[in-house]
Design a protein around this ligand. Structure first.
Ligand code: NAP
Length: 237
């Protein structure tokens, strides 16, 4: 049996990934920073779902979640999905001129330091798994190749903090993958998906967006590691 933890699984892509992995037979810990939202989500997901309070910005919360999951029997798959966008004064994507060190810190606290905090806390559990897997939910906006190419749609995106955080996440993926060759550790780009993150302006459904997350969460020991993928295959860094 495979046990999986998904951070930020109370809604959006994390929730849909939980739904699909439960259908595939995983026991899924539904990470949610808000206990009630997590409990509601786990109830809706039904058998195979277990709510766990987990705020990726909070050491104590992450440590408590790791103790709970360890006591229950351990972890095979970690999906670092929790993420935030940087909002400007008009609640749109923060323009370059509005990016402050504080805003940058806030976005990195969740998207980058949060991933490190959770990965660090769960590494001892993953190391005991026969087939450990980590999926880092990145973005196409992490790709320097895409964002620097005027012909690519990603280059039109005006934000600074969010893409920088996802590029950093990609680097974490590469370095962790080399450090832990027994684990499959990859970054994925779900595609522009209708969720609260973008005010539900995304063009894909969550079913479409979760596809690559689900696929990489299900990798066996022979699967790739240290890569960056969308549903069509490897992406340029
Ligand atoms: P979403 O619906 O806004 O979901 C984000 C999830 O992250 C929510 O469950 C949220 O919890 C949680 N979260 C935020 N801060 C957290 C924290 N400190 N601790 C724990 N959980 C936290 O957005 P989504 O689109 O599904 O995003 C999921 C991932 O996909 C993110 O990493 C995002 O960057 C990435 N992504 C999304 C798109 C897209 O087009 N949607 C494209 C590329 C990549 P609350 O409900 O408590 O806020």
């Amino acid at each position: 049996m495979t046990t999986t933890l998904i951070t930020g699984a109370n809604k959006g892509l994390g929730y849909e990934t939980a739904r699909r992995l439960i259908a595939a037979g995983h026991t899924v810990y539904v990470g949610s920073r808000d206990e009630a939202r997590g409990r509601d989500a786990a109830e809706r997901l039904g058998d195979g779902a277990r709510a766990v309070q987990l705020d990726v910005t909070d050491d104590a919360s992450v440590a408590a979640a790791a103790r709970t999951i360890e006591a229950d029997g351990g972890l095979d798959v970690l999906v670092n999905n929790a993420g935030v966008e940087a909002r400007g004064p008009d609640n749109g994507v923060a323009a370059a001129a509005d990016v402050t060190a504080d805003l940058m810190r806030e976005v990195f606290e969740t998207n980058v330091f949060g991933t490190v905090r959770v990965t660090h806390a769960f590494l001892p559990l993953l190391r005991r798994s026969a087939s450990p897997v980590v999926v880092n939910v990145s973005s196409g906006l992490a790709s320097l190749t895409y964002v620097a190419d005027p012909a690519h749609p990603a280059s039109a995106y005006p934000g600074v903090a969010y893409p920088a955080s996802k590029t950093a996440l990609n680097m974490l993926t590469v370095q962790y993958a080399k450090a832990f060759p027994a684990m499959r550790i990859n970054a994925v780009e779900p595609g522009f998906t209708k969720t609260d993150l973008n005010g539900n302006t995304g063009t894909q459904t969550v079913e479409e967006g979760a596809e690559i997350i689900v696929r990489m969460a299900g990798l066996g020991p022979d699967g790739p590691s240290g890569g960056y993928f969308d549903v069509t295959g490897p992406l340029p860094w």
